[in-house]
Design a protein around this ligand. Structure first.
Ligand code: PHE
Length: 355
């Protein structure tokens, strides 16, 4: 018994000091660990004579419970102390006025890219991307536009070096080449993105947006092209009836080539798509030129297809009644507030931008 009492007094003494959780845990294992003082005493029980053993066991249990309880109490005290000091230090001043939260808006161009991507994906197109800084080969040569071809001037290209090898892509058509070099036919892709030409007025900006379309398969023909564009324009403008006309045109990378106009009417200064007798050009298209397919090593006996390039900014202007293209890129917060879109899914922890 004297041994047990010694242990008890010693521990009670220790528990009186200013302890933290680590030192308490140390005391716990000193007592109840594998080789702890209490655990050892229990192990020794067996060697005692029966009479003594009973008494010793009951004393030991008593002390064990007492110490256990003391330790638990001490742990509770420490935890409460910690919480209190946290509360002291991290006090929230509930009287502070709320911060001004400004929810951002989605730019009409981004909105249109989202919309058209989802419309085309419904009929099996996947989305590809290419770089804005392109090489001359992908932008022109591989697209059947040789060195002296007037299209190179027509495009008013921004070249990035004296040798005219690197440039800002003048259209999204180089993504056709990149896609076809990368994989095996069939191909059914769209490629939305930024494009650049040295041009600026109310309807032209030096940086603008296009979406390229490419569909190559065994028997794809002009009829499929027309069906695809009709479906797209109806879905995009959310109308049942559209007026569309294919005008013969020329692009070095398609044969035959066409430009597509859609019919519209002005009603009280507003554009109404699908009625009236005004026409607006929105895209260029055609059957992919055999030379382009040869350049990317596609077997002409087996494969053919169509391509198109649509002006995204123009789609946005038409759908949302915006009449000056330059405003798109002026980053005027008031303009964006007016013409921008609310994001559909705002994460609940989103704090917005504060002004
Ligand atoms: N790349 C052409 C342009 O920018 C548009 C186009 C794309 C025409 C695909 C035909 C086929 O004007």
């Amino acid at each position: 018994m004297s041994d047990i009492k010694k242990i008890k007094d010693e521990i009670l003494n220790k528990l009186n000091a200013d302890l933290n959780i680590e030192s308490i845990n140390q005391i716990k294992s000193e007592l109840f660990g594998k080789k702890g003082k209490i655990s050892n005493s229990f192990k020794n029980l067996g060697s005692l004579p029966t009479e003594e053993r009973k008494k010793f066991a009951s004393d030991l249990n008593f002390v064990k419970d007492e110490l256990q309880e003391k330790i638990n109490k001490k742990i509770q005290e420490i935890e409460i102390k910690e919480i209190n000091s946290k509360l002291q230090n991290e006090k929230v001043d509930v009287t502070l006025p709320e911060r001004n939260i400004v929810q951002g808006k989605i730019h009409p161009v981004s909105q249109v890219i989202d919309e058209l991507s989802s419309i085309f994906s419904e009929i099996g197109f996947s989305v590809e991307e290419g770089p804005d800084v392109e090489n001359e080969h992908y932008n022109f040569t591989a697209l059947n536009t040789p060195d002296n071809h007037p299209a190179r001037d027509m495009h008013d290209t921004f070249y990035l070096d004296d040798k005219k090898e690197l440039l800002l892509r003048t259209h999204t058509s180089p993504v056709q080449v990149r896609t076809m070099l990368k994989g095996k036919p069939p191909f059914k892709i769209i490629a939305p993105g930024r494009t650049y030409r040295s041009d600026s007025d109310q309807t032209h900006a030096p940086m603008f947006h296009q979406v390229e379309g490419l569909h190559i398969d065994k028997n794809v023909n002009m009829g499929h092209l027309k069906g695809c564009l009709t479906y797209f324009i109806k879905s995009f403008f959310e109308v049942d009836k559209i007026k569309m006309r294919f005008r013969p045109s020329h692009f070095p990378f398609t044969e035959p080539s066409a430009e597509v106009d859609i019919g519209y009417e002005l009603k009280d200064g507003k554009i109404v798509i699908g009625e009236g007798d005004r026409w607006l050009e929105i895209l260029g298209c055609g059957m992919v030129h055999p030379n382009v397919l040869k350049n990317v090593k596609i077997n002409l006996d087996n494969y053919q297809g169509y391509a198109f390039g649509i002006g995204i900014d123009r789609l946005a202007m038409l759908k949302y009644g915006i009449n000056d293209l330059r405003a798109f890129f002026e980053t005027d917060y008031r303009w964006l507030n007016h013409f921008g879109f609310d994001p559909l899914d705002v994460p609940s922890n989103y704090r917005g931008l504060s002004r």
